[in-house]
Every structure is written in structure tokens, then in C-alpha cells.
Ligand binder design. Sequence first.
Ligand code: GUN
Length: 293
Amino acid sequence: MQLLDGKYVSEKLKGEIAHEAANILAKTGRKPHLCAVLVGHDGGSETYVASKIKNCEQVGFKSSLVRYEADVTEAELLKKVAELNADADIDGIIVQLPLPKHIDPDKVTEHIDYRKDVDGFHPINLGRMQRNLPSFIPATPYGITLMLREYGIETAGKHCVVVGRSNIVGSPMSILMARNTYPGNCTVTICHSKTPDIKNFTLQADILIVAIGRKNFITADMVKEGVVVVDVGMNRETSTLTKSGYKLYGDVDFENVAPKSSFITPVPGGVGLMTIIGLLKNTLSSANKEVYG
Ligand code: GUN
């Protein structure tokens, strides 16, 4: 068993990103600029956005944060997004999800200029990704492809089973793994809440990507010997054992699944750190006008 080490890979790629950001600054006199919008005070969202901002600083990006209370109206939020779209100093815009129930996340996502949509959630980016055209790729699936590439994981002809079909992870991940490129060229199966006998499918996986949001959902009896396991789970539980007051658990029973795996991501220290890299790389591409000119 070998660990797919998000800490090692993300630090290495952050070094490369910082180098490119310095080149942009030298050439143009400006830093790549990411603007995050955070609505309300969800604990997970607060942590993720703070981490995105910290990472921007570390690689020499400019970042800004626009905050609203949870009772902000949808109209007010859409107006702010339009302002950010028009601001020539901003390369990338993200609106942290989930949003309060009275705000339609699809409406907000589609309001972001697709040329600044560094989350890759806009239908134009998703459609272009599906057709293998230049686009922003959703950060978590993008980060996972970078991780697979870093460890030279073979994917062509393999059976990739994706557990979870969310817009943010499972659905785009399944598209990426089936594309005619590396990593890709897999035979892909998507399992979700209506799949009867998920174990029947996970047992067939050469590559198993799990994003279902349930602690220890994948147990050792559900995987075959030699499987590559990517655990996207970020299940937060309060804990007296940590400084932060909570502890993160993946969707995979790591202790018992790891001995059967050829490669596996830990939680924490795996995919979560790679998500940030996907976001930083999209922001860099936007600043370089690499995707839309
Ligand atoms: N919520 C959970 N993951 C993400 C993400 O990648 N981007 C945004 N905007 N919100 C999220």
C-alpha cells in the first residue's frame, strides 16, 4: 500500500504555482486575484474559505472576501456577482456553497461570468469539459486528476467506480475519468443513493472514487485487492481530541481498506489539499487568459 500524499503533492505544486505567479507579477505588474463570496456562518464553509484565502497569500495571489449574513436576498447577491464580473482586477470568482435555502445556487452559479468561473460550475464550463475543450475544471475533480498524474496511476482501460453524483464532485469526476486523455480512458460506473447493492459495483473497481458524505461508508469487504482508493469524504464531527474542536473523517474505513489497496488517500491530508490546488491552477489560467483568451 502506498499513500497518495496530498500534503506532499500540494506543497510541490504550490511551489510551481508560486513561481508562475511571480512571473505574472514581473511581466504585468499585477497578481492573479481570486475573490470569494461567503454567505452566513456555516462552520465548514468558514474553514474552507479561510484556507483558500491563506493559500492564495502563500503563492503570491491577491485575494478578497465578500461576506454576507445568511439573510441576504438573492437579488442583492446577484447584484454583487454582476459587480465582480465587471471588475477588471478580478480573475476568479467563487461563491462558497451551500447557500441558504432561499437562494437558488444554480441561479447564482449561472450569474458568474463563465470566464471568471474558477470553480468550473457554470454550465458552459461543464459542457466544454465534457467535450474536452479548454475550460475551468471543478476544483476537487481537477485536484484528483493532478494527484493520479503525480503518482503515475494507470487509468486507460481500468474500471473506475465513482460513488456519489454531486454537481461538485461525482458527476464531473465521472466525465473526466471517461475522457480520451490521461488520466482518463476508464470504463466508468456511477453509483448513488438509488443504486441497489453498491458493493456489487465497488468490488469491481480498479479505481474507486468515493464522494458520498458518509463516514466509513466503504468497508474492507466492499473492495478488491490492489484497488486505488480516492476518498473525497469531509465528514466533520465535534471532538475534544483536537485543537479546532472537530475531527475530519473520510467516506472510507481507512484502517481496514488501506491494507487491501495499492494506493489510497488519507483524510485529512489527501484530496482536501488537492482541491485548493485545482482552484489555484484555475485562477492562474484565468490570469494568464489561457482558457478564454
Ligand atoms: N462547497 C464545497 N465544495 C465547494 C467548492 O469546491 N466550491 C464552492 N464554491 N463551494 C463548495
